[in-house]
Design a protein around this ligand. Structure first.
Ligand code: ATP
Ligand code: ZN
Length: 285
């Protein structure tokens, strides 16, 4: 029986959410001692804990079969591997930033400038597309201090809230790419391993599907059922059950959280009472 070898970040911004995802998929393993490897005892998977930068290369070489990395790392290393699933966590963007006091009009600002980044491939591609010629210098950490110490006039770095930029006297002026965590896979998996990967993706889909949906239960007088059903686009159609109290029913449906908030006032106007909103752990379409 094959084992699917899964590379996840050992410690960093992807680690916790990656392991949480496997947990939510019901895949149990013991990672007590922060080892290099761990094997699941209820799913044919073995985890390898690595630096995120090493993951694309290891997947290409077949040392790992699949891995979880940020799209930024996947693009930067440009390995011959496939993105098999967008995972929706570790969302961030790669942006260009300049000293706060400089005025900025458009991307031609960067013409002839020195730029520091840990993502030279992505940045050069972006500048090429815009027809801007700049000097790109690769530095591996603390990119945001480069302008302050005279190493560069601008930077391209990961931003999520922008507070790091602000505290280094910089402002964000262009988004170079948006990123989230992705599952990448080798292009030459055996049939056995492909089957395991498909089972895994089936579970991940069920988890992700459930995440942004809610199970809604409410009570309503029978003469408002039609109106309420129109406001509740369910998976197929809402469930309507009679209540012990005559003339009343309980209506159950699955809707997205956004739709719920958008429609709650209308539901109440239509006569809905005792509304319960319950999280969904897994959902299989
Ligand atoms: P390693 O030691 O494994 O090389 P690292 O320091 O390169 O780790 P992290 O800072 O842990 O990397 O970030 C890992 C990934 O998480 C990034 O490549 C990016 O996709 C995403 N990420 C980085 N910063 C943020 C952030 N502030 N918010 C959300 N996601 C982020
Ligand atoms: Zn890294």
């Amino acid at each position: 029986m094959s084992l699917l070898k899964v590379a996840v970040q050992k410690s960093g911004r992807l680690s916790e959410d990656s392991l949480k995802l496997f947990n939510e998929c019901g895949i149990k393993f013991n990672n007590g001692a922060k080892k290099l490897k761990a094997q699941s005892h209820n799913f044919p998977i073995e985890f390898l804990f690595l630096r995120d930068d090493d993951i694309p290369g290891y997947v290409e070489d077949g040392i790992a079969d699949i891995g979880i990395v940020g799209q930024n790392v996947h693009e930067e290393y440009g390995k011959d591997i496939e993105v098999v699933k967008y995972l929706g966590f570790s969302k961030c963007r790669l942006s260009l930033a300049i000293p706060r006091e400089d005025s900025y009009t458009d991307v031609t600002y960067f013409e002839g400038k020195n730029l520091a980044t840990s993502y030279p491939v992505i940045l050069k591609k972006f500048l090429d597309e815009k027809g801007v010629k700049a000097d790109v210098h690769e530095i591996s950490g603390s990119v945001e201090i480069a302008p302050g110490i005279g190493l560069a006039e601008g930077i391209c770095d990961i931003v999520s809230s922008g507070s790091t930029l602000l505290s280094n006297g910089l402002k964000e002026v262009e988004t170079v790419m948006k990123s989230e965590a992705v599952m990448v896979a080798s292009k030459s998996l055996s049939t056995d391993k492909k089957n395991i990967l498909n089972q895994l993706i089936f579970r991940i889909n069920a988890v992700l599907e459930g995440k942004n949906k809610k199970y809604v239960l409410l009570n309503a007088p029978n003469d408002s059922i039609d109106k309420i059903i129109d406001l509740l686009p369910g998976m197929r159609s809402p469930t309507v059950l009679p209540l012990a109290e005559k003339g009343w029913s309980s209506i159950h449906s699955v809707i997205s959280e956004d739709d719920f908030w958008e429609n709650i006032e209308k539901l109440r106007e239509a006569g809905a009472e005792g509304v319960l909103v319950v999280p969904i752990e897994k959902m299989i379409k």
